[in-house]
Write a new protein. Structure first.
Lengths: 329, 266
């Protein structure tokens, strides 16, 4: 069942640009430029793209914060802006850079207020809070005012706050931004557990690709307001020709002109004592067998392609389009 | 029903937030009394110079200024802080309000409810009561209803102006203090009998924009005086109508503004 649907979704902003001493020209910029996407129930989708690509704008149109300029959008069968309050009961939203908690109140009281705001039956609320307290280790700071929490503690609080009303869809806008390694891992494993249970659809934007690798089977890459990739991480590697690499430490350098079937020599280091081959979709086993037969090997490692590299190449290759026709104001 | 309890819980939460800074709350509460006292004092000062102003005695004028002031402090207490909307729009923090299952306007009003102004509100009501007492009003049922409703509808009217002027921020983020011209300007205009103003100025503000129906006309009806400007006696009972038109207009503009909201990056 489709939970989120976007067809030809578009959001334009008018930007005023200084042109000369007093004149200013208006220019229309499309932050989101015709996005078509569907997300099925229980899916975990990672949304990535460079700064200003339109990730957050899309998320804000899905949550009813921004009105689309054109196109169709529905979440849980509702139109986000006209049915904003109804939709709010069925979704949870976490903004990595904006707190939704009561700054001067203990975390516990924020949760109580949310119970009233979302009109959650006391028993359901208690059960969900108990689960979050266990999984996110909230107990040690439950009675601390939010303003005194560390960022990692606060983010754990924000996650709990977004889940206490049992949302069908959880939107996370950069949930791990600014967190230290331990807190990032705590957030990730919590989200992984949540996703594994399968009753919540998860959409997250991030700049940290480890979030995606850990959590999302499906990856949507957006740039200049358009979807440039939609599929698995593997599909992304395949499409952009990133290959696994075999790194070999040798006792003696390979003879000149040495070749392997199904692999190409990529680098030679340490006077020929360390070489790397890029594998061409061949099974690593046969390549290693051929190499062992031909040379004396001290050590070898098979390196998975780095998603950071792929995405960096992807961002670099996406050509910015011409801005929409400008009008003089 | 559920929604009302949600709003009640929010008000209680706001109260507890404020009390986490007890000392500054106490100081601000007391310093806030000054405002209402000044409103009334400024009228008294004018009457020190002249026995009659615009054909009204000091006592009569104080009834009007205290009614206007009472309505204004009630509006200022409940709706006044909506002028902070511009900071929410500029910082994009309105996002967090919009993802909750409650009305955006109501949430903002509660989150910014200036509890420190509560003594000022009390003083406004007391002053209005005293001004009624010194004017020896001949009580009838319509006048009793008028006394109870006029401050409330006056507050609705001022509240609508607060919301309207705050809504500028949706279109014009850097709206600065422009809204205050309408809110505080409107209050000061309303504080005096309309007879002190002249010509087109009076026509536009008193009748065109409706400020004359908030304190002046109800004041005349309470005093049992005919309007020197010629409106019939029932004009004193028009404040609900004027207030509801203003509130309706404010609601339309507010909703249009929310749809216009642009948020900010990230």
């Amino acid at each position: 069942m489709t939970v989120i649907e976007m067809r030809g979704l578009r959001k334009e902003f008018t930007v005023r640009v200084r042109a000369g001493r007093l004149r200013r020209t208006k220019r229309t910029v499309a932050a989101v430029d015709g996005v078509d996407l569907g997300v099925a129930e229980g899916e975990m989708v990672g949304y990535i793209g460079p700064n200003g690509a339109g990730k957050s704008t899309t998320l804000k149109m899905l949550t009813g914060v921004l009105t689309p300029s054109a196109g169709h959008v529905s979440v849980c069968g509702l139109a986000p802006v006209p049915q904003r309050t109804k939709l709010a009961l069925r979704i949870g939203v976490v903004f990595g850079q904006r707190s939704q908690l009561w700054w001067d109140l203990p975390l516990r009281e924020s949760f109580m207020l949310l119970r009233h705001i979302y009109r959650v039956p006391a028993a359901d609320h208690a059960a969900r809070l108990r689960r979050c307290r266990q999984l996110l280790d909230l107990d040690e700071f439950l009675d601390t005012p939010v303003r005194q929490l560390s960022l990692g503690q606060r983010m754990r609080g924000e996650l709990t706050a977004a889940l206490l009303h049992g949302p069908k869809v959880l939107f996370l806008d950069e949930p791990t931004i600014g967190l230290d390694v331990t807190s990032k891992q705590a957030v990730r494993s919590f989200l992984a557990e949540l996703g594994a249970a399968g009753d919540v659809t998860l959409v997250l934007t991030t700049h940290d690709l480890a979030d995606i690798e850990r959590l999302c089977h499906r990856l949507v890459v957006i740039d200049h307001g358009r979807v440039v990739h939609d599929g698995t991480i593997e599909a992304l590697h395949e499409r952009y020709g990133s290959r696994r690499r075999l790194v070999v430490d040798l006792r003696t350098p390979l003879p000149a002109g040495f070749t392997l079937t199904g692999a190409t020599l990529a680098t030679v280091e340490a006077d020929g004592h360390r070489v790397a081959f890029d594998l061409e979709s061949a099974e690593a086993g046969t390549v290693v067998a051929e190499l062992v037969a031909a040379a004396e090997i001290r050590d070898l490692a098979l390196v998975e392609p780095d998603i950071e590299d792929v995405v960096a190449r992807l961002y670099a290759s996406a050509v910015p389009r011409e801005p929409a026709p400008s009008r003089e104001s | 029903m559920g929604e009302l309890r949600a709003y009640a819980a929010l008000v209680a939460g706001q109260w507890r937030s404020v009390l986490s800074y007890r000392a500054s709350f106490a100081v601000e509460t007391i310093t806030n009394i000054g405002g209402t006292a000044l409103d009334v004092l400024s009228v008294i000062v004018i009457f020190q110079a002249a026995k009659h102003v615009g054909g009204f005695t000091l006592r009569e004028a104080i009834l009007m200024v205290s009614l206007s002031s009472c309505a204004f402090v009630l509006a200022d207490f409940t709706v006044g802080n909506i002028d902070r909307l511009k900071t929410y729009v500029r910082a994009g923090t309105l996002d967090t309000v919009l993802v909750r299952p409650l009305g955006a306007l109501a949430q903002l009003l509660i989150v910014d409810l200036p509890l420190r102004k509560i003594l000022r509100l009390t003083l406004g009501i007391v002053t209005f009561g005293v001004s009624l007492h010194v004017n020896h009003i001949g009580w009838t049922l319509p006048r009793v209803l008028l006394v109870l409703s006029a401050p409330i509808f006056g507050a609705v009217f001022f509240g609508a102006i607060f919301v309207l002027s705050a809504s500028f921020a949706f279109w014009w983020v850097d709206s600065g203090e422009i809204g205050n011209a309408f809110t505080y300007g409107g209050r000061d205009f309303t504080a005096y009998p309309m007879t002190v103003y002249g010509g087109w100025f009076r026509s536009v503000f008193a009748y065109g924009l409706g400020f004359g129906f908030i304190a002046y006309q109800p004041g005349l009806a309470l005093l049992g005086r005919a309007d020197p400007l010629g409106l019939p006696p029932w004009a004193g009972y028009l404040s609900p109508l004027v207030a509801l038109v203003a509130a309706g207009l404010a609601g339309v503009v507010w909703r249009a503004g929310i749809r216009q909201y642009r948020s900010t990056g990230s």
